[in-house]
Design a protein around this ligand. Structure first.
Ligand code: TIU
Length: 222
């Protein structure tokens, strides 16, 4: 399978995984960390319905589905001081927020939005950084499952999605970023981040939309 031959998109379900990045309440819900920093969370919430469609199609096709969450230990020992110091707003990681301590594992705001709740058996990966490969067992999980291609969804397009795609690209994975299933607080960053992925003949990977990817999954599962 080549993702270059994407008309119509063909997917090998046995070597493809769906990874949904950081669809957490703290980033997506009004009153969460993202909203507290002055961001318009509706720009991220538009990715929820396409992610739901992808989840349903991926589950029906029997794909490996991985969910990630960005966050830290309650004692913050896994958070670099540089990360804790930045943010610009009145609140920082670890501070009390409306949904518990901000981006701390186990707190309500750290959880995945209920619309995209992981199903039993779907790995949920806690990551301390932006990239999903950094200090996690993602590479091991993918290798054990024989995965070569990642369908990538989640937030935010230019931060955790991009970092993960770059990490995956250097490790030899094909990445297909699902344009309407990713989102950013900054529409211009979203647009340019997607353009950067496919520039120069697919410098980091490929971009499609949820309708085409779901159709490909449905065809592959038939
Ligand atoms: N998941 C993710 O992208 N974390 C961020 O901190 N994103 C921002 O855009 N800030």
């Amino acid at each position: 399978m080549s993702l270059l031959d994407a008309e119509p998109l063909r997917l090998d379900v046995s070597s493809t995984a769906l990874i949904i990045i950081d669809m957490q309440r703290d980033f997506l819900e009004p009153g969460g960390f993202g909203a507290m920093l002055g961001n318009d969370v509706s720009l991220l919430r538009s990715a929820i319905a396409p992610c739901q469609a992808l989840l349903a199609a991926a589950r029906a096709a029997g794909l490996l589905i991985i969910h990630t969450r960005e966050g830290h230990r309650p004692d913050l020992s896994d958070a670099p001081p540089s990360k804790l110091a930045r943010g610009g707003g009145p609140k920082h990681i670890g501070d009390p927020g409306p949904m518990g301590r901000i981006l701390i594992r186990g707190e309500p705001g750290h959880g995945i939005v209920p619309e995209l709740a992981p199903a039993p058996g779907e790995p949920v990966l806690d990551k301390p950084g932006k990239g999903a490969f950094y200090q996690t067992d993602l590479a091991l999980i993918l290798a054990n499952a024989g995965i070569r291609t990642l369908l990538v969804a989640g937030v935010t397009t230019e931060v955790c999605v991009h970092t993960t795609v770059r990490e995956a690209n250097d490790r030899g994975y094909e990445c297909m970023v699902v344009s309407d299933a990713v989102g950013s607080y900054f529409p211009e960053f979203h647009r340019v981040a997607l353009a950067m992925i496919t520039a120069q003949g697919g410098i980091f990977g490929w971009v499609s939309d949820s309708a085409r990817v779901c159709a490909a999954l449905t065809r592959a599962a038939a």
